[in-house]
Design a protein around this ligand. Structure first.
Ligand SMILES: NC(=O)c1ccc[n+]([C@@H]2O[C@H](COP(=O)([O-])OP(=O)(O)OC[C@H]3O[C@@H](n4cnc5c(N)ncnc54)[C@H](OP(=O)(O)O)[C@@H]3O)[C@@H](O)[C@H]2O)c1
Length: 237
């Protein structure tokens, strides 16, 4: 056993797509990773896989569209990670598209709850911990739809723009304590979320590119930080 301290990460939406790649990647880089999503079966498989590989993982199935579930996650992650968190990846997200007049108040509320309230609650809970540690990184997965809005992107764009607003305040509030917050804004990433997109998967950004971006952010020296990172797809959105 080396006396090296281990880094701790919490990844939401770890059961699929970007979050799955980020969680697996951080585990393989020696992080203790708390993984969450709604799908208990996938989470159990991920925990077994991590155990077989001699890596440290914690899991909790929870539905972030419900506030009390987000609060349950905060409590469990605080306990399991022993009050130490180095990277928080607010990744879980949903997307529905349609013109404003076609969208429903129910869709609005669900989208706000998962894409915005959950990152707010988790950041609110873990920023003070990172401040006490005098270091940490919060990564909010926004989107190119958080930079620009199009016909039919209303609800999704609304949450992804707002997530960048939250990112700006977190960055300013964490800076005196060495805590960094960055939003990553990708174009099409090859995941189930965009399975119906008019772009072949092979021409999309790969989920591993988000992992690489997070590792790059973590690797920067303490005083260096990027602005929000727009990860463009070569040749289009
Ligand atoms: N793919 C893209 O082109 C793209 C581009 C820009 C930004 N993004 C953003 O990247 C993030 C990840 O998306 P993805 O493409 O990896 O999508 P994905 O493959 O559909 O994965 C979404 C993840 O979010 C979790 N999730 C969804 N609803 C949840 C809920 N109510 N409670 C808890 N967890 C929930 C899912 O877990 P369960 O199903 O187990 O609940 C899943 O792990 C999202 O924020 C998305 O907006 C994606």
């Amino acid at each position: 056993m080396s006396g090296e301290p281990t880094f701790h990460a919490l990844v939401t939406g770890a059961t699929s797509g970007i979050g799955l790649s980020v969680a697996r990647g951080l585990l393989s880089h020696g992080y203790t990773v708390f993984m969450t999503g709604r799908n208990q079966q996938t989470l159990s498989k991920l925990a077994d896989e991590a155990k077989r590989q001699g890596r440290k993982a914690h899991i909790l199935a929870c539905d972030l569209s419900r506030r009390e579930e987000a609060e349950r996650l905060i409590k469990a992650a605080t306990e399991d990670l022993a009050g130490k968190i180095d990277i928080l990846v607010n990744n879980a997200g949903i997307a529905t598209f349609g013109e404003v007049e076609e969208t429903t108040p129910e869709e609005f509320e669900k989208m706000i709850a998962v894409n915005l309230r959950a990152p707010f609650l988790l950041s609110r809970a873990f920023l003070p911990m990172m401040k006490r540690q005098r270091g940490g990184l919060i990564v909010n997965i926004s989107s190119v739809a958080g930079i620009e809005a199009w016909a039919g992107s209303s609800l999704y764009s609304m949450t992804k723009f707002a997530l960048r607003g939250l990112t700006g305040s977190l960055l300013a509030e964490g800076a005196p304590f060495g805590v960094k917050t960055v939003a990553i804004c990708p174009g099409y990433v090859a995941t189930p979320l965009v399975s119906g997109a008019p772009v072949p998967e092979t021409e999309m950004i790969q989920p591993e590119d988000i992992l690489r971006t997070i590792l790059y952010l973590k690797d920067l020296s303490p005083a260096a930080v990027t602005g929000d990172i727009v990860l463009k797809r070569l040749g289009g959105l």
